[in-house]
Design a binder for this molecule. Structure first.
Ligand code: SAH
Ligand code: SF4
Length: 386
């Protein structure tokens, strides 16, 4: 957006938000200013390792360059509307992005590990039948600054971005609101920052992109990243998956698994496995024959399976899988030789569970208007109009 200069009445260009620029783009930016490349590494460290958003604090940069940067750039993270802390250590952030919409970010501690569940879009267009985010429809893609900004905010909240601060965010999963592959460029730029040594330096084995199966984008992913991959499968055959994950009608299971295999095969290190996410819904996809069919389907695919008990929300008639059905399902897969884990629900008291992330989305679709009354009712924050 251009702003008119009062004196000359000529538009002044909007400032560049450096928060969302990965190193290659930051290098290009400095070169375009006639500056040295190494400035990019310096600025990356200030922003992402020391949490600095004020150019005057960047003491290894000359005053003249700092002044130039202040004129042309900014470092702006989205605003934290609310931080909710669960008794089990889970921390949820309600984050307001430009335009007034709210997205959610969840930090889940587990021993030495701290996993941050990051959102990639406001709402989601893919409308999986069991997902609260999907029920809101799609509003917009998050910018790279808004995606990496969630990591910046969480890390800062734990004092991680101070010299010698604790390394609390050890893992990131792109499993918050939205479908990451529908916001390809911004997600790739952000994941690049998460893994870059001059930024967060998280290992490629600890950053995971989760997708419901946007095959054309998955086919391109390997050119841009070597992060881990999770596939939201949820059904062992196309008939059932078509009902649960509508994008399956366009890109059926065989096509999706082939693309996922190509991604994993293309990674330089061997022994990487695809994580298969399978949300278990009572009397929908939780029968022993589903487990056996799943084992057959995945026989020759390098996978580990993560079972997620369905998390109910007020707009859904589905029910959580029973403990018996869950155990039986897991046993069958394990007997078939698959590494099979069950995701435990954390942060119950702050509604931080997988698939319940709803924010207070101001989306513009008709569908969302139908649903909004219900969403607003239970929300801890007031809806903000655009
Ligand atoms: N769009 C991506 C990532 C966000 S969803 C994807 O679909 O993979 C993250 C995970 O939460 C997915 O595996 C999704 O299927 C799961 N999920 C969504 N709603 C859920 C619910 N109500 N209960 C349990 N898991 C859910
Ligand atoms: Fe979108 Fe993922 Fe939810 Fe499906 S499960 S509607 S792809 S966020």
């Amino acid at each position: 957006m251009a702003v008119a200069d009062v004196e000359t009445n000529t538009p002044t260009p909007a400032k560049v938000n450096l928060l969302g620029l990965p190193e290659a783009k930051l290098v290009a930016f400095f070169e375009s200013m006639g500056e040295k490349r190494f400035r990019a590494a310096q600025v990356l460290k200030w922003i992402h390792q020391l949490g600095v958003d004020d150019f005057d604090e960047m003491t290894n940069i000359s005053k003249a360059l700092r002044d130039k940067l202040k004129q042309q750039c900014e470092i702006v993270a989205p605003e934290v509307l609310q931080q909710l802390d669960s008794v089990d250590g889970t921390r949820k952030f309600l984050i307001r992005v430009t335009g007034g919409s709210v997205v959610e970010t969840v930090f889940i501690p587990e021993g030495e590990r701290g996993t941050l569940c990051v959102s990639s879009q406001v709402g989601c267009s893919l409308d999986c039948s069991f997902c609260a985010t999907g029920k809101q429809g799609f509003n917009r893609d998050l910018t790279a600054a808004e995606i990496i900004g969630q990591v910046w905010i969480a890390a800062k909240s734990f004092g991680q971005l101070t010299a010698g601060g604790p390394r609390k965010v050890t893992n990131v999963v792109m499993m918050g609101m939205g479908e990451p592959l529908m916001n390809f460029d911004n997600v790739v730029d952000s994941m690049n920052l998460m893994m870059h040594d001059n930024a967060y330096g998280i290992s490629k084995r600890r950053v995971t992109l989760s997708t419901s199966g946007v095959v054309p984008q998955l086919d391109r992913l390997g050119e841009f990243t070597d992060a881990c991959l999770a596939i939201s499968l949820h059904a062992p055959n196309d008939a059932l998956r078509n009902e649960l994950v509508p994008i399956n009608r366009k890109y059926p299971i065989a096509m999706l698994l082939d693309s996922a295999k190509r991604y994993i095969d293309g990674l330089p290190d061997t022994h990487r496995k695809i994580t298969i996410e399978y949300t278990l819904i009572d009397h929908v996809n939780d029968r022993p024959e589903h487990a056996r069919e799943l084992a057959e389907l995945l026989r020759d695919v390098p996978v580990k399976i993560n079972l997620i008990p369905f998390n109910p929300f007020n707009l859904s008639n589905y029910k959580r899988v029973s403990n018996n059905a869950l155990r039986r399902f897991q046993d069958i897969l394990m007997q078939e030789g698959f590494i099979t884990t069950v995701r435990t629900t954390r942060g119950d008291d702050i509604d931080a569970a997988c698939g319940q992330l709803a924010g207070t989305v101001n989306d513009l679709t008709k569908r969302s208007e139908r649903y909004r009354a219900n969403f607003v009712k239970d929300e801890p924050v007031t809806i903000i109009s655009q």
